[in-house]
Design a protein around this ligand. Structure first.
Ligand code: NAP
Length: 294
């Protein structure tokens, strides 16, 4: 990738950011399309965020991803934020325009992409979208999932967590939101009743993520309650399949892991920054290689 005086700067801000896979994915896409961009990891400490954003503007950075711990705290430094990102309360993609820094959240696009892809080939899957969704966990990723459920037209989302106060406050945080969605708070004890009716079950907890591959948010007994006509979606991408997805597959359910979400949130950001159609297969391959899957 030749870098010259005209090369446009993209990057990711995080702390830590050394292990981010986004540079692999975006630089491969840049090379594939022969674009004059480079994507760089920028380690930014929380106290330095304001100075960093001012500095990025000064040196003409054209686009950024934000990751932990900056997804929420970067919002005050943005001049424009999309309604979806506002409702989610987190931004993962930032770009410079004549209005200043603009931000959005492409995790929703990423979450929805594999569901839409499958529905395009198997239209009967859309019936899963018409049944209640069960979301395990209520952190940052769950917020993108809830926004996605609204776009899918899910009639109801059951949010399940281990701390009742936290689940209740997550559900209440969507009151008066521009995102229309019907939410109910639950404990894990309610799952025996909720799972058989669910069209989509999403694991948005870290349970089962490498190296804790023997963990699952569901006991085997609970997993037996999953119907065969259900989509089990794990936001975790390593390992694949997780124990949760293996449990669901044993029930005959459709299993989706988190890799495609990661690829497609990146692809959506790439398109926003460059205006080019992202080379999705190349981006997916870059991540698979980085994860040792290809
Ligand atoms: P987060 O903000 O820390 O939220 C984690 C959620 O999981 C919280 O609700 C937490 O509940 C719950 N949880 C954690 N440990 C638990 C346990 N032992 N039992 C029950 N619940 C537990 O994390 P996040 O950013 O939302 O990420 C969640 C997962 O999604 C991670 O595995 C992450 O890698 C993955 N992710 C994937 C993508 C992708 O592109 N594929 C994107 C974003 C995130 P408490 O508050 O009660 O602890």
């Amino acid at each position: 990738m030749p870098i010259s005086g005209t090369t446009k700067l993209l990057g990711i801000i995080g702390d830590p950011v050394e292990h981010s896979m986004s540079p692999d994915m975006h630089n491969r896409a840049i090379v594939e399309l022969g674009l004059d961009y480079v994507y760089v990891p920028f380690p930014v400490k929380p106290d330095d965020l304001g100075a960093a954003m001012t500095g990025f503007a000064a040196i003409g950075v054209v686009g950024l991803n934000a990751t932990i711990p900056h997804k929420q705290t970067v919002i005050p430094y943005l001049d424009v934020i999309t309604p979806a990102a506002q409702a989610i309360g987190a931004v993962n993609t930032i770009w410079r325009s004549d209005r200043g820094w603009e931000g959005t959240n492409t995790d929703v696009t990423g979450f929805l992409a594999p569901l839409h892809d499958r529905a395009a080939h198997h239209p009967e899957i859309q019936r899963c979208f018409e049944r209640p969704m069960v979301v395990l966990g209520h952190g940052g990723a769950a917020r993108a999932v809830v926004a996605g459920a609204s776009q899918l037209g899910c009639p109801l989302v059951h949010v399940v967590g281990r701390t009742p106060d936290k689940v209740e406050s997550f559900v209440r945080s969507w009151d008066n939101s521009p995102i229309a969605i019907n939410l109910q708070a639950h404990s894990f004890h309610d799952l025996a009743v909720l799972l058989p009716e669910a069209g989509i079950i999403v694991n948005s907890t870290p349970l089962g993520m490498h190296p804790h591959t023997q963990q699952s948010p569901l006991s085997d007994e609970l997993a037996d309650r999953i119907s065969s006509d259900t989509i089990a979606y794990d936001l975790i991408y390593t390992p694949s399949p997780t124990l949760f997805l293996q449990q669901a597959q044993r029930q005959g359910a459709i299993a989706i892991d988190g890799l495609e979400m990661l690829v497609r949130q990146g692809a959506a950001a790439f398109e926003l920054w460059t205006g080019q159609t992202p080379p999705i297969a190349t981006m997916r391959q870059a991540l698979r290689e980085r994860l040792g899957l290809a």
